[in-house]
Ligand binder design. Structure first.
Ligand SMILES: [Zn+2]
Length: 121
């Protein structure tokens, strides 16, 4: 079963993703940052940040949905967070960015939730 968080394929009997650890929900499609950008929920060029040992680490959200960290484009929040922290974790909840509408800071999973409410699934 494909993980809706990171896109990893998991054995059917798994209840949690073996890669990022989130619960697996049958039939839930994989939402990418590109999907979220395409709906205008987030804007290209947005700064995303995460914490590393109490410090803020910054990266850039690119138009193609990749995350640019120190000049390298990573295909998903998972890949980018793994490079920053050197261990796998749920990049959708580790990376934060400002809501372009309200200016409030949220984990990027918040915007994936907004996409699902908008598009269903
Ligand atoms: Zn996963």
């Amino acid at each position: 079963m494909l993980c809706s968080g990171c896109g990893q394929d998991n054995p059917q009997e798994n209840r949690y993703c073996g890669h990022c650890g989130i619960p697996l929900v049958k039939g839930q499609r994989v939402v990418t940052l590109k999907d979220i950008l395409d709906e205008g929920i987030l804007k290209e060029g947005a700064t995303v940040s995460c914490k590393l040992r109490g410090q803020d680490v910054f990266a850039l959200l690119k138009a193609d949905g990749t995350i640019d960290y120190k000049g390298t484009a990573y295909p998903s929040p998972m890949d980018a967070i793994q490079v920053v922290r050197d261990y796998p974790c749920d990049g959708w909840n580790c990376w934060h960015t400002d809501d372009p509408q309200t200016g409030r800071n949220y984990p990027i999973a918040h915007f994936r939730g907004a996409w699902r409410r908008l598009k269903g699934g």
